[in-house]
Design a protein around this ligand. Structure first.
Ligand code: ATP
Length: 425
């Protein structure tokens, strides 16, 4: 049986769908045997209804007591979900005896939910068409994530990473977290690059410990369950209630759609698109850095490295019109928010210099405003200034926002192969 659920938490009231997953993984052992790791699925990161990271959770369990499981899960959702919050609309799907048709429909739905925007109507339609045991609360929006979680469980092959999530004791929820920062640094040093995004060295921050009122104490992301468990074993902090290891599509770039031209891009979707820098980058009030991007058809669009991307903006400010680039990022309000940038080829940069005398090869001097240049010794003249090539301040290669600004779904460059990779740590 697959059990998948979503949308149980609230930004102001706390909770976290992954906590419910961890709890159920432990409690459902009374009715069966968990089959494999639970899934933590990140869906379209641009969805405005999300609490934080647009996550859904799915669990698979071998059982002959499915009715008892359903009753238990529903009881837990009703007890723990933050129903008072207008934006919390839980959904749960129980899937048994699925056939090929259901599998095809749900796996396709999973991929669509990661890349596109889906209506509640479409999710309800799927539940009806295949007579699934799906239950939605309030406006039922959580059914979207719950169905996508089922699809992820049914799909055998997708790129994945792992996360070790450690949960606080209930009494501590909402209070200040205690984690020894030095122990995070030691754990990171011992396991990077097999784990990542534990800390942000450039911006001097620990990033694996959240600040919201939810039950998570910390989350360690990495390549295998062994590496993340090893890192977690080194972290010192307050006494925790439980932990869970999730298999996840975090850090995979699954949300990115390859696009040929700007005309194909839509708001609330994320893309990989090649083109050129079309204006000098400028920094506006609030510290956001923007520039125009031009595709091969000549159409232009604004690209942004927002203030939270911190030191990444310094790199963006070094771009020049004509630089050939590929942007990875999502479109919101007709602006492409950069997650990664591949600088394919840099345009040449010149500055104006006084021309050289063709006779003595020394630098000529200005002959006065608007009167060109002349050589005092040889009396030669030149009308125009010469150009001298300037070394560019960036090198070609692929760059990313720092860990403190990373989207859950964005693939950290440390996972990519190749020589021109500039991981941010
Ligand atoms: P939680 O920890 O509760 O899962 P969250 O940040 O993941 O928090 P949710 O509270 O789950 O956010 O809110 C996201 C809502 O958006 C859910 O109801 C989910 O079903 C829905 N949703 C997810 N993906 C899509 C999509 N592609 N199109 C439309 N709605 C979506």
């Amino acid at each position: 049986m697959i059990i998948s659920f979503d949308d149980t938490d609230s930004r102001s009231l706390g909770m976290c769908t992954t906590y419910l997953g961890a709890l159920l993984m432990d409690e459902l052992k009374a009715y069966g045997k968990p089959a494999g790791l639970p899934l933590l699925i990140r869906l379209n990161p641009t969805i405005p209804f999300k609490t934080r990271g647009n996550a859904a959770v799915a669990i698979k369990i071998e059982t002959s007591e499915s009715e008892k499981i359903k009753k238990h899960v529903i009881q837990r959702i009703e007890e723990l979900a933050q129903m008072e919050d207008e934006n919390t609309n839980p959904g749960v799907v129980f899937l048994e005896n699925n056939n090929d048709e259901v599998k095809t429909a749900l796996t396709a739905f999973f991929k669509r939910a990661v890349q596109h925007v889906i209506t509640i109507q479409e999710a309800k339609g799927l539940v009806e068409k295949y007579e699934l045991d799906g239950r939605g609360y309030k406006n039922s929006r959580g059914l979207i994530g719950a169905l996508a979680g089922c699809g992820a469980m049914l799909e055998e092959e997708w790129d994945h990473t792992y996360e070790y999530l450690s949960y606080r004791q209930k009494e501590a929820w909402g209070t200040q977290r205690f984690v020894n920062e030095n122990s995070v640094i030691r754990a990171d040093d011992a396991t990077y690059p097999h784990t990542w995004d534990n800390r942000d060295i450039a911006n001097n921050m620990v990033v694996c410990v959240p600040h919201s009122p939810d039950p998570v104490l910390y989350g360690i992301r990495g390549k295998t369950p062994e590496y993340i468990s090893h890192a977690a074993s080194m972290i010192e902090g307050e006494v925790t209630e439980r932990h869970a290891i999730y298999k996840t599509n975090q850090g995979t770039d699954m949300h990115l759609i390859p696009a040929e031209s700007i005309s194909k891009l839509q708001d609330m979707e994320s893309y990989i698109i090649q083109g050129f820098v079309a204006s000098n980058p400028r920094t506006i009030e609030g510290g956001h850095t923007l520039f125009l991007f031009r595709d091969k058809e000549g159409e232009e669009m604004e690209c942004a490295a927002f203030e939270p991307t911190k030191n990444f903006r310094e790199l963006i400010r070094k771009l020049l019109p004509g630089d050939h680039i590929t942007i990875y990022g999502s479109v919101k309000n007709k602006t492409l928010n950069i997650e990664k940038i591949d600088v394919i080829e840099l345009t040449e940069k010149y500055r104006k210099v006084n021309p050289l005398c063709p006779k003595c090869e020394k630098s000529m001097k200005s002959a006065g405003k608007g009167q060109g240049y002349r050589c005092r010794h040889c009396k030669t003249r030149a009308d125009k200034a010469a150009r001298s090539k300037v070394e560019r301040e960036i090198k070609p290669g692929i760059y990313e926002v720092p860990p403190c600004a990373r989207r859950h779904l964005s693939m950290p460059l440390i996972r990519k192969e190749g020589k021109d990779i500039h991981p941010s740590r």
